[in-house]
Design a protein around this ligand. Structure first.
Ligand code: MN
Length: 213
């Protein structure tokens, strides 16, 4: 049989210091995995799961401002990258971009979050670093040089191993899957022209500038 059209190729993430790239399968996300962020959102510190499509991935240095929002928020997160056997083979620095106004409207309706979370270019991720994911170390984000988020990976309610265990109860995690592991407090709006610098100790930096409107 012949494909009606060429299948879209899975996005790839670069790997620091390695000529190979990481082919992305699915993107799982955990919400409310840091108590201080759950509190700032007025939510209980009970982790919840949602997803973004693989094609939400973008590596920068430019990220387009998405349509239908006037309240785009940054959420810096460590990204776990799974290989065969659903083992963590690499980790990276990501930003879970969120149309907070749309997410809020969906929360009020007790409706799914996709329009707030799963839009094109909603998942900037930097180069991956091969090896285990750190469970301690600083995680921070600044906008135009001003620190907005500053926390430590050891604040995660579900650290990497427990997070994977919890997700595995619901999903058949597989090679190529990414897991956004949650964000510390300090989420806020960004606008076209803003430069975002996301930093996690021991992992590759992620820098991008928001373009358009
Ligand atoms: Mn998030």
């Amino acid at each position: 049989m012949t494909d009606l059209f060429p299948p879209r190729r899975a996005p790839r993430l670069p790997i620091a210091g390695d000529s190979r790239v990481f082919p992305v399968n699915r993107i799982f996300c955990i919400g409310r995995n840091y108590a201080d962020h759950a509190a700032e959102m007025g939510a209980a510190p009970e982790p919840i799961f949602f997803m973004k499509p693989a094609h939400s991935i973008i590596t920068g240095p430019s990220v387009p401002y998405p349509p239908q929002t006037s309240d785009l928020h940054h959420e810096v997160e460590m990204v776990l990258a799974l290989g065969p056997g659903a083992e963590v083979v690499a980790a990276g620095t990501g930003v879970d971009l969120t149309r907070r106004d749309l997410q809020g409207q969906m929360k009020e309706k007790r409706a799914p979050w996709e329009i707030g979370k799963a839009f094109t270019a909603s998942a900037p991720v930097g180069a991956l670093r091969l090896g285990p994911a750190p469970s301690v170390g600083s995680i921070s984000l600044s906008v135009n040089g001003n620190t907005r988020q500053s926390g430590d990976l050891n604040q995660m309610i579900l650290p990497p191993a427990e997070l994977i265990q919890a997700l595995s109860r619901y999903f058949d995690l597989a090679e190529g899957d990414l897991i956004f592991s949650g964000t510390p407090a300090g989420v806020a709006a960004i606008a076209p022209g803003d430069t975002v610098e996301a930093r996690i100790a021991g992992l590759s930096d992620l820098d991008f500038t928001l373009t358009g409107a």
